[in-house]
Design a protein. Sequence first.
Length: 385
Amino acid sequence: MKRYTSSILQVLANNRKTSYLFVLIAIVSLSVVLLSNTTGPAKQNNLVTGAPFNSSQTCSKSGCHGGGSFGGSITTQLLDASNNIVTSYTPGVSYTLKITMGSTTAPKGYGFQTTASTVSASTNINTWGTLITDYHNQAVSGRNYVEQSKRLTQNIISLPWTGPATGTGSVIFYTAGNLVNGNSSTTGDQPVNNSITIAEAGTLPVKLLYFKGSLQNGVAVLNWATAQEANNKNFILEKSLNGTNYSIVTTITAKGSTSTGYTYSFTDANFFSKAFYRLKQTDADGNVTTYNIVELKNAVTSDYRISIYAHAGGSYILFYNGLQQQKINIRVSDLTGKMLYAYNTTANQGDNIIQLPSTIAKGIIIVTVTTEDGKRTSAKLGIMR
Protein backbone atom coordinates (compact mmCIF):
# COMPACT_ATOMS: atom_id res chain seq x y z
CA MET A 1 0.00 0.00 0.00
CA LYS A 2 2.89 2.35 0.87
CA ARG A 3 4.51 1.79 -2.53
CA TYR A 4 1.32 2.74 -4.37
CA THR A 5 0.78 5.80 -2.16
CA SER A 6 4.33 7.09 -2.78
CA SER A 7 3.79 6.89 -6.54
CA ILE A 8 0.55 8.81 -6.25
CA LEU A 9 2.18 11.55 -4.15
CA GLN A 10 4.95 11.90 -6.73
CA VAL A 11 2.35 12.42 -9.46
CA LEU A 12 0.66 15.01 -7.27
CA ALA A 13 3.95 16.91 -6.80
CA ASN A 14 4.68 17.01 -10.55
CA ASN A 15 1.19 17.91 -11.76
CA ARG A 16 -0.51 19.77 -8.95
CA LYS A 17 -3.42 21.21 -10.90
CA THR A 18 -4.14 18.45 -13.37
CA SER A 19 -3.69 15.40 -11.15
CA TYR A 20 -6.03 15.95 -8.20
CA LEU A 21 -8.92 14.10 -9.85
CA PHE A 22 -6.68 11.32 -11.11
CA VAL A 23 -5.14 10.86 -7.65
CA LEU A 24 -8.55 10.72 -6.00
CA ILE A 25 -9.80 8.12 -8.49
CA ALA A 26 -6.60 6.08 -8.11
CA ILE A 27 -6.83 6.04 -4.31
CA VAL A 28 -10.50 5.01 -4.37
CA SER A 29 -9.85 2.32 -7.01
CA LEU A 30 -6.88 0.95 -5.10
CA SER A 31 -8.91 0.77 -1.89
CA VAL A 32 -11.67 -1.12 -3.70
CA VAL A 33 -9.14 -3.62 -5.09
CA LEU A 34 -7.53 -4.22 -1.70
CA LEU A 35 -10.75 -4.45 0.30
CA SER A 36 -13.14 -6.09 -2.17
CA ASN A 37 -12.61 -9.66 -0.99
CA THR A 38 -13.50 -8.74 2.58
CA THR A 39 -17.14 -8.94 1.47
CA GLY A 40 -16.71 -12.29 -0.28
CA PRO A 41 -14.48 -13.45 -3.13
CA ALA A 42 -17.33 -14.89 -5.23
CA LYS A 43 -18.80 -11.38 -5.53
CA GLN A 44 -15.63 -10.53 -7.47
CA ASN A 45 -15.80 -13.84 -9.43
CA ASN A 46 -12.86 -15.20 -7.40
CA LEU A 47 -13.54 -18.92 -6.91
CA VAL A 48 -10.84 -20.51 -4.75
CA THR A 49 -12.43 -23.57 -3.11
CA GLY A 50 -10.03 -25.98 -4.82
CA ALA A 51 -12.94 -27.77 -6.53
CA PRO A 52 -12.27 -29.29 -9.96
CA PHE A 53 -14.97 -27.05 -11.47
CA ASN A 54 -12.94 -24.12 -10.10
CA SER A 55 -9.93 -25.49 -12.01
CA SER A 56 -8.68 -26.65 -8.58
CA GLN A 57 -7.85 -23.00 -7.93
CA THR A 58 -6.97 -21.87 -4.39
CA CYS A 59 -5.62 -18.62 -2.99
CA SER A 60 -2.27 -20.35 -2.50
CA LYS A 61 -2.08 -21.33 -6.16
CA SER A 62 -3.41 -18.08 -7.60
CA GLY A 63 -1.43 -15.87 -5.25
CA CYS A 64 -4.45 -13.69 -4.40
CA HIS A 65 -3.45 -13.99 -0.73
CA GLY A 66 -0.27 -15.27 0.88
CA GLY A 67 2.91 -14.59 2.72
CA GLY A 68 1.40 -15.00 6.18
CA SER A 69 2.27 -17.66 8.73
CA PHE A 70 -0.24 -18.10 11.54
CA GLY A 71 0.19 -21.87 11.87
CA GLY A 72 -3.22 -22.05 10.24
CA SER A 73 -5.41 -25.10 9.73
CA ILE A 74 -8.98 -25.77 8.63
CA THR A 75 -11.44 -28.58 9.34
CA THR A 76 -15.02 -29.09 8.18
CA GLN A 77 -17.62 -31.32 9.82
CA LEU A 78 -21.27 -32.08 9.18
CA LEU A 79 -23.30 -32.10 12.41
CA ASP A 80 -26.81 -33.40 13.07
CA ALA A 81 -29.41 -31.70 15.29
CA SER A 82 -27.68 -33.09 18.41
CA ASN A 83 -24.28 -31.76 17.26
CA ASN A 84 -22.99 -35.25 16.52
CA ILE A 85 -20.51 -35.57 13.66
CA VAL A 86 -22.04 -37.58 10.80
CA THR A 87 -20.53 -39.22 7.75
CA SER A 88 -23.81 -39.70 5.89
CA TYR A 89 -26.91 -37.55 5.39
CA THR A 90 -30.61 -38.39 5.25
CA PRO A 91 -32.51 -36.63 2.44
CA GLY A 92 -34.66 -33.75 3.73
CA VAL A 93 -33.04 -33.65 7.18
CA SER A 94 -31.41 -30.44 8.47
CA TYR A 95 -27.71 -30.35 9.33
CA THR A 96 -24.99 -27.83 10.17
CA LEU A 97 -21.75 -27.51 8.22
CA LYS A 98 -19.16 -26.48 10.80
CA ILE A 99 -15.96 -24.82 9.55
CA THR A 100 -13.16 -24.35 12.08
CA MET A 101 -9.96 -22.45 11.39
CA GLY A 102 -7.19 -23.05 13.92
CA SER A 103 -3.93 -21.18 14.42
CA THR A 104 -0.88 -21.04 16.66
CA THR A 105 -0.72 -17.25 16.33
CA ALA A 106 -4.02 -15.36 16.35
CA PRO A 107 -4.78 -13.46 13.10
CA LYS A 108 -6.77 -10.22 12.92
CA GLY A 109 -9.67 -11.85 11.10
CA TYR A 110 -10.98 -14.63 8.89
CA GLY A 111 -12.65 -15.19 5.53
CA PHE A 112 -14.05 -18.30 3.85
CA GLN A 113 -15.76 -19.70 0.77
CA THR A 114 -17.51 -23.07 0.49
CA THR A 115 -19.55 -24.91 -2.10
CA ALA A 116 -21.27 -28.30 -2.34
CA SER A 117 -21.64 -30.69 -5.27
CA THR A 118 -22.27 -34.35 -6.00
CA VAL A 119 -19.21 -36.58 -6.11
CA SER A 120 -20.29 -38.48 -9.22
CA ALA A 121 -21.08 -35.63 -11.62
CA SER A 122 -20.08 -32.44 -9.73
CA THR A 123 -23.73 -31.28 -9.85
CA ASN A 124 -24.38 -28.12 -7.84
CA ILE A 125 -26.12 -28.74 -4.48
CA ASN A 126 -27.85 -25.57 -3.30
CA THR A 127 -29.67 -26.71 -0.16
CA TRP A 128 -28.21 -24.05 2.13
CA GLY A 129 -30.60 -22.66 4.74
CA THR A 130 -31.19 -19.10 5.91
CA LEU A 131 -27.85 -17.42 6.63
CA ILE A 132 -27.07 -14.78 9.24
CA THR A 133 -26.02 -11.32 8.03
CA ASP A 134 -22.32 -12.20 8.35
CA TYR A 135 -22.64 -14.65 5.42
CA HIS A 136 -24.29 -14.73 1.99
CA ASN A 137 -25.04 -17.24 -0.78
CA GLN A 138 -23.53 -16.04 -4.07
CA ALA A 139 -24.41 -17.61 -7.45
CA VAL A 140 -21.61 -17.69 -10.03
CA SER A 141 -21.87 -19.56 -13.35
CA GLY A 142 -24.74 -21.68 -12.11
CA ARG A 143 -23.07 -22.68 -8.85
CA ASN A 144 -23.69 -21.45 -5.32
CA TYR A 145 -20.93 -20.31 -2.98
CA VAL A 146 -21.43 -19.42 0.68
CA GLU A 147 -18.90 -16.92 2.00
CA GLN A 148 -18.40 -14.03 4.43
CA SER A 149 -20.17 -10.69 4.00
CA LYS A 150 -17.50 -8.87 6.03
CA ARG A 151 -14.20 -9.67 7.65
CA LEU A 152 -14.96 -12.13 10.42
CA THR A 153 -13.58 -12.08 13.95
CA GLN A 154 -14.65 -15.61 14.85
CA ASN A 155 -12.79 -18.73 13.70
CA ILE A 156 -15.82 -21.07 13.85
CA ILE A 157 -18.47 -20.77 11.14
CA SER A 158 -21.80 -22.65 11.30
CA LEU A 159 -23.91 -22.92 8.15
CA PRO A 160 -27.39 -24.52 7.87
CA TRP A 161 -27.66 -27.21 5.20
CA THR A 162 -30.35 -29.73 4.28
CA GLY A 163 -29.78 -33.17 2.82
CA PRO A 164 -30.75 -33.14 -0.90
CA ALA A 165 -33.31 -35.41 -2.56
CA THR A 166 -33.19 -39.20 -2.42
CA GLY A 167 -30.87 -40.65 -5.05
CA THR A 168 -28.49 -37.66 -5.08
CA GLY A 169 -25.66 -39.84 -3.80
CA SER A 170 -22.48 -38.72 -2.05
CA VAL A 171 -21.94 -34.97 -1.64
CA ILE A 172 -18.57 -33.24 -1.33
CA PHE A 173 -17.99 -29.87 0.36
CA TYR A 174 -15.03 -27.83 -0.94
CA THR A 175 -13.95 -25.12 1.50
CA ALA A 176 -11.37 -22.33 1.43
CA GLY A 177 -10.35 -20.33 4.49
CA ASN A 178 -8.21 -17.24 4.92
CA LEU A 179 -6.44 -16.08 8.08
CA VAL A 180 -5.71 -12.39 7.61
CA ASN A 181 -3.45 -9.81 9.25
CA GLY A 182 -5.82 -6.90 8.66
CA ASN A 183 -3.38 -4.65 6.76
CA SER A 184 -5.94 -3.93 4.00
CA SER A 185 -3.72 -5.78 1.56
CA THR A 186 -3.45 -9.30 0.16
CA THR A 187 0.01 -9.77 1.69
CA GLY A 188 0.67 -11.32 5.07
CA ASP A 189 -2.39 -13.60 4.95
CA GLN A 190 -2.51 -17.40 5.15
CA PRO A 191 -4.99 -19.31 2.94
CA VAL A 192 -6.06 -22.87 3.87
CA ASN A 193 -8.26 -25.42 2.06
CA ASN A 194 -9.92 -28.78 2.63
CA SER A 195 -12.84 -30.94 1.54
CA ILE A 196 -15.09 -33.62 3.07
CA THR A 197 -17.29 -36.23 1.43
CA ILE A 198 -20.66 -37.18 2.93
CA ALA A 199 -22.51 -40.28 1.72
CA GLU A 200 -26.26 -40.54 1.29
CA ALA A 201 -27.71 -42.70 4.07
CA GLY A 202 -28.96 -46.03 2.83
CA THR A 203 -26.55 -46.00 -0.10
CA LEU A 204 -23.41 -47.08 1.78
CA PRO A 205 -21.42 -49.38 -0.50
CA VAL A 206 -21.05 -52.29 1.95
CA LYS A 207 -23.55 -54.36 3.91
CA LEU A 208 -21.62 -56.07 6.72
CA LEU A 209 -22.96 -59.37 8.03
CA TYR A 210 -20.62 -59.69 11.02
CA PHE A 211 -17.25 -58.79 12.50
CA LYS A 212 -15.98 -61.17 15.19
CA GLY A 213 -12.80 -62.62 16.66
CA SER A 214 -11.48 -65.59 18.60
CA LEU A 215 -8.26 -66.85 20.23
CA GLN A 216 -6.71 -69.88 18.58
CA ASN A 217 -3.45 -71.36 19.91
CA GLY A 218 -2.47 -68.06 21.52
CA VAL A 219 -3.09 -65.82 18.49
CA ALA A 220 -6.06 -63.61 17.59
CA VAL A 221 -8.11 -64.52 14.53
CA LEU A 222 -10.47 -61.82 13.19
CA ASN A 223 -13.24 -62.65 10.72
CA TRP A 224 -15.83 -60.55 8.91
CA ALA A 225 -18.18 -61.02 5.99
CA THR A 226 -20.24 -58.84 3.66
CA ALA A 227 -23.62 -59.53 2.09
CA GLN A 228 -22.90 -57.18 -0.81
CA GLU A 229 -20.30 -54.63 -1.91
CA ALA A 230 -20.29 -51.70 -4.34
CA ASN A 231 -17.18 -49.64 -5.08
CA ASN A 232 -15.58 -50.97 -1.92
CA LYS A 233 -11.90 -49.93 -1.72
CA ASN A 234 -10.48 -51.55 1.43
CA PHE A 235 -10.89 -52.59 5.03
CA ILE A 236 -8.66 -51.21 7.80
CA LEU A 237 -8.19 -53.30 10.94
CA GLU A 238 -7.10 -51.34 14.02
CA LYS A 239 -5.89 -52.55 17.41
CA SER A 240 -5.78 -51.07 20.91
CA LEU A 241 -4.46 -52.36 24.22
CA ASN A 242 -6.60 -49.99 26.30
CA GLY A 243 -9.73 -49.57 24.15
CA THR A 244 -8.99 -45.89 23.54
CA ASN A 245 -5.82 -45.45 21.48
CA TYR A 246 -5.97 -47.41 18.23
CA SER A 247 -3.29 -48.05 15.60
CA ILE A 248 -3.53 -49.75 12.21
CA VAL A 249 -2.71 -53.45 12.18
CA THR A 250 -3.35 -54.08 8.50
CA THR A 251 -5.13 -52.75 5.41
CA ILE A 252 -6.86 -55.36 3.25
CA THR A 253 -7.92 -54.67 -0.32
CA ALA A 254 -11.65 -55.28 -0.68
CA LYS A 255 -13.45 -57.40 -3.26
CA GLY A 256 -14.73 -54.18 -4.88
CA SER A 257 -18.23 -54.85 -6.19
CA THR A 258 -20.15 -58.07 -5.62
CA SER A 259 -23.82 -58.87 -5.12
CA THR A 260 -23.07 -62.12 -3.28
CA GLY A 261 -20.69 -60.77 -0.64
CA TYR A 262 -17.29 -61.97 0.50
CA THR A 263 -15.54 -63.37 3.60
CA TYR A 264 -12.35 -61.86 5.06
CA SER A 265 -9.91 -63.04 7.73
CA PHE A 266 -6.75 -61.82 9.47
CA THR A 267 -4.51 -63.48 12.06
CA ASP A 268 -2.72 -61.28 14.60
CA ALA A 269 0.25 -63.24 15.95
CA ASN A 270 1.21 -60.31 18.19
CA PHE A 271 -1.63 -60.90 20.63
CA PHE A 272 -0.86 -60.88 24.36
CA SER A 273 -3.30 -61.12 27.23
CA LYS A 274 -5.90 -58.61 25.99
CA ALA A 275 -6.66 -56.41 22.95
CA PHE A 276 -9.46 -54.48 21.28
CA TYR A 277 -9.98 -54.65 17.50
CA ARG A 278 -11.89 -52.13 15.37
CA LEU A 279 -12.88 -52.50 11.71
CA LYS A 280 -13.17 -49.62 9.24
CA GLN A 281 -14.24 -49.66 5.60
CA THR A 282 -13.32 -47.14 2.89
CA ASP A 283 -15.25 -46.79 -0.38
CA ALA A 284 -14.05 -45.47 -3.74
CA ASP A 285 -15.28 -41.95 -2.90
CA GLY A 286 -13.17 -41.83 0.25
CA ASN A 287 -16.07 -42.30 2.68
CA VAL A 288 -15.12 -44.20 5.84
CA THR A 289 -17.52 -46.37 7.87
CA THR A 290 -16.55 -47.67 11.33
CA TYR A 291 -18.05 -50.94 12.57
CA ASN A 292 -18.26 -52.60 15.98
CA ILE A 293 -15.34 -53.27 18.34
CA VAL A 294 -14.25 -56.79 19.26
CA GLU A 295 -12.53 -57.42 22.62
CA LEU A 296 -10.36 -60.51 23.06
CA LYS A 297 -8.62 -61.61 26.28
CA ASN A 298 -7.14 -64.71 27.84
CA ALA A 299 -9.38 -66.60 30.24
CA VAL A 300 -6.51 -66.98 32.76
CA THR A 301 -5.05 -63.92 34.47
CA SER A 302 -1.51 -63.10 33.35
CA ASP A 303 1.22 -64.42 35.62
CA TYR A 304 4.15 -62.07 36.25
CA ARG A 305 6.75 -62.35 39.05
CA ILE A 306 9.87 -60.40 39.97
CA SER A 307 12.75 -61.61 42.12
CA ILE A 308 16.46 -60.92 42.46
CA TYR A 309 19.54 -63.05 42.89
CA ALA A 310 23.29 -62.59 43.11
CA HIS A 311 25.90 -64.50 41.16
CA ALA A 312 29.66 -64.05 40.84
CA GLY A 313 29.55 -60.64 42.45
CA GLY A 314 26.74 -59.33 40.24
CA SER A 315 23.05 -58.69 40.92
CA TYR A 316 20.32 -59.84 38.54
CA ILE A 317 16.58 -59.27 38.14
CA LEU A 318 14.65 -62.44 37.49
CA PHE A 319 11.38 -61.64 35.70
CA TYR A 320 8.90 -64.41 34.99
CA ASN A 321 6.68 -63.70 31.94
CA GLY A 322 3.60 -65.92 31.90
CA LEU A 323 2.70 -64.91 28.34
CA GLN A 324 4.36 -65.21 24.98
CA GLN A 325 7.25 -62.97 23.98
CA GLN A 326 6.56 -59.26 24.48
CA LYS A 327 8.33 -55.93 25.05
CA ILE A 328 8.92 -54.76 28.65
CA ASN A 329 10.17 -51.64 30.44
CA ILE A 330 12.22 -52.02 33.64
CA ARG A 331 12.60 -49.16 36.12
CA VAL A 332 14.69 -49.35 39.32
CA SER A 333 14.46 -46.71 42.07
CA ASP A 334 15.49 -46.32 45.71
CA LEU A 335 13.09 -45.95 48.62
CA THR A 336 12.90 -42.18 48.10
CA GLY A 337 11.72 -42.65 44.53
CA LYS A 338 15.02 -41.60 42.93
CA MET A 339 15.49 -43.32 39.58
CA LEU A 340 18.57 -45.55 39.53
CA TYR A 341 18.15 -47.49 36.31
CA ALA A 342 15.78 -47.79 33.33
CA TYR A 343 15.92 -50.38 30.57
CA ASN A 344 13.76 -51.52 27.63
CA THR A 345 14.03 -55.07 26.38
CA THR A 346 12.02 -58.05 25.09
CA ALA A 347 10.94 -60.75 27.54
CA ASN A 348 10.52 -64.33 26.37
CA GLN A 349 7.85 -66.59 27.82
CA GLY A 350 9.10 -67.95 31.14
CA ASP A 351 12.13 -66.75 33.12
CA ASN A 352 14.15 -63.74 31.93
CA ILE A 353 17.41 -62.61 33.54
CA ILE A 354 18.47 -58.95 33.42
CA GLN A 355 21.76 -57.89 34.98
CA LEU A 356 21.75 -54.72 37.08
CA PRO A 357 24.56 -52.14 36.73
CA SER A 358 27.33 -52.42 39.29
CA THR A 359 26.75 -48.72 40.13
CA ILE A 360 23.60 -49.66 42.08
CA ALA A 361 24.77 -49.90 45.67
CA LYS A 362 23.88 -52.47 48.31
CA GLY A 363 20.49 -51.85 49.89
CA ILE A 364 16.76 -51.91 49.25
CA ILE A 365 15.48 -51.10 45.75
CA ILE A 366 12.07 -51.01 44.07
CA VAL A 367 11.82 -52.79 40.72
CA THR A 368 8.86 -52.07 38.43
CA VAL A 369 8.28 -53.97 35.18
CA THR A 370 5.66 -52.71 32.70
CA THR A 371 4.72 -55.16 29.97
CA GLU A 372 3.48 -54.44 26.46
CA ASP A 373 -0.03 -55.57 27.37
CA GLY A 374 -0.23 -52.69 29.88
CA LYS A 375 0.34 -54.65 33.13
CA ARG A 376 2.65 -53.21 35.80
CA THR A 377 4.35 -55.43 38.40
CA SER A 378 6.45 -54.05 41.28
CA ALA A 379 8.57 -55.60 44.02
CA LYS A 380 10.73 -54.31 46.87
CA LEU A 381 14.01 -56.21 46.77
CA GLY A 382 17.34 -56.18 48.61
CA ILE A 383 20.73 -56.12 46.89
CA MET A 384 23.47 -58.04 48.67
CA ARG A 385 27.02 -57.64 47.34
